[in-house]
Design a protein around this ligand. Structure first.
Ligand code: HEM
Length: 427
């Protein structure tokens, strides 16, 4: 059967409109494109076909496509500059790691509660904290301990700045000028290169420490002790790449969601009261089971401010999209941010409402962790960490808004543009 024409979307004559929307920000561009053209929008991006799919069944079907049909889109390999061949950027067999199985979460929960409690203990009454920085500190300590078996406390600031610098650099690489800009000796590039060296140093030291200490059932321990059929260890640069990937994917995502969650809770006193009451009644057992309200707050935050605001693929073998055959090379874009704001599925979508019943991930249109074979490998960890950190912190303090509202900044992940700054009231 001949292919149907490409789905509707902006054409050359729409360029002024496109540029205006893009100048606002990519979230505005996606939102306008969907309002104007519907759930399947065809665009031309840097001279390539691109399709923005916001119909849940179709989006999930496409993301569930076999890995051979869809590759991750790699911004011309630029992310590889930082993350090498780690999971986020590699296509193929390196994917699943036993360290992420759900039954390990019990052990992780204890570390989450311990780190969150210790951090919150250090906040003095009446002081103002930067919620993103504090939440990143907690997620860094958690990933350091449960994935790498290491105390990353001395490296917290270095890692946070390095990940931030990498995100700024990736912003610069967006089409259409990314290829050129990536080679210019800008300050962003210099800062990024320093950041990359910093991260390399942190990771090299971690590997050396663990190689000397030996053992451990965490991810790094497994990687260090694994041998192939010929008895050879995993090459050091591959281990480095895996670790960088975990730092890139596992800290900032959860921390941004938590930072937005604190802001929303502070703006909704009723939610703050309920979170505090639930946390006070909780005995601190590291198990997210008995914390339904904290879980609802975290999930509703993932709906409204999904850290993974967009996922992308490149079509490797032609695939059918609404009758149109998307040729190899087509960029496929699926935006959880857009889908989570679909008023038909989520009435009054801009409202933060932790009592909103959220469906299971997937064809329901709720997909904060993506879908298909590349769905987030850290889903269980993040879903344990979010509510446990909220409850542990809420047992110790109440956080009040203490500055300008944060704006959503769509970088590699969706982050607050600052803080938000929160004033600490100890209980
Ligand atoms: C709220 C927190 C998180 C959110 C919203 C989130 C979201 C996502 C999404 C949507 C993807 C799929 C990207 C794609 O399809 O291209 C992904 C992939 C990934 N995530 Fe997460 N993530 C979170 C936390 C974590 C944590 C805590 C870790 C690990 C410690 C982690 C590790 C990864 C890795 C390694 C991948 C790549 C998997 C692959 O390519 O097969 N994530 N994440």
């Amino acid at each position: 059967m001949p292919s149907a024409p490409a789905p509707p979307g902006p054409r050359i004559r729409d360029l002024p409109w496109l540029l205006r929307a893009r100048a606002q920000n990519p979230l505005a561009l996606l939102t306008r494109a969907r309002e104007r053209y519907g759930d399947v929008v065809h665009m031309s991006l840097a001279g390539r076909h691109a399709v923005l799919v916001s119909r849940p069944d179709l989006a999930v079907r496409l993301l569930a496509g076999s890995a051979a049909d869809l590759e991750k889109w790699r911004l011309d390999g630029n992310r590889r500059v930082l993350f090498g061949n780690g999971l986020l950027t590699s296509d193929g067999e390196l994917w699943r790691r036993p360290a992420f199985e759900r039954d390990r979460m019990g052990g992780y929960a204890e570390a989450i509660v311990r780190h969150a409690a210790a951090r919150a203990d250090g906040w003095r009454d009446g002081t103002v904290i930067d919620a993103s920085a504090e939440m990143t500190a907690i997620t860094t300590l958690v990933v350091g301990e449960v994935m790498f078996g290491l105390d990353l406390a001395p490296d917290i600031d270095r890692i946070r700045h390095a990940v931030g610098a990498a995100m700024e650099y990736f912003q610069l690489l967006q089409p259409p000028l990314g290829g050129i800009r990536s080679r210019l000796p800008t300050r962003t590039r210099r800062t990024f290169l320093r950041a990359r060296d910093d991260l390399d140093a942190v990771v090299a030291r971690a590997i050396a420490t663990r190689t000397a200490a030996g053992g451990g059932g965490d991810m790094l321990g497994m990687l260090l002790s694994a041998r192939d059929d010929d008895g050879r260890p995993i090459p050091a640069d591959l281990i480095r790449d895996e670790m960088l990937t975990m730092l890139g994917a596992g800290l900032e995502t959860t921390a941004s969601a938590l930072a937005f969650a604190w802001w929303e809770v502070a703006r909704h006193p009723d939610a703050a009261d309920r979170l505090a009451a639930e946390a006070a009644a909780w005995d601190g057992t590291p198990d997210p089971g008995p914390l339904p309200f904290a879980r609802s707050v975290f999930e509703e935050t993932l709906r409204l401010h999904p850290p993974a605001w967009i996922v992308s693929r490149v079509v490797a073998t032609p695939v059918e999209i609404d009758g149109w055959t998307a040729p190899a090379g087509t960029i496929l874009l699926v935006s959880p941010y857009l889908m989570h704001r679909d008023a038909e599925r989520f009435p009054d979508p801009e409202r933060f409402d932790p009592d909103r019943p959220l469906p299971a991930d997937g064809v329901s249109g709720f997909l904060p962790f993506g879908a298909g074979p590349r769905k987030c490998i850290g889903t269980h960890l993040a879903r344990a960490e979010g509510p446990l950190v909220l409850a542990t912190v809420a047992r110790a303090v109440r956080l009040h808004a203490a500055g300008a509202p944060p704006r959503e900044r769509p970088m590699v992940t969706l982050r607050p543009d600052h803080g938000p700054m929160m004033r600490v009231q100890r209980r």
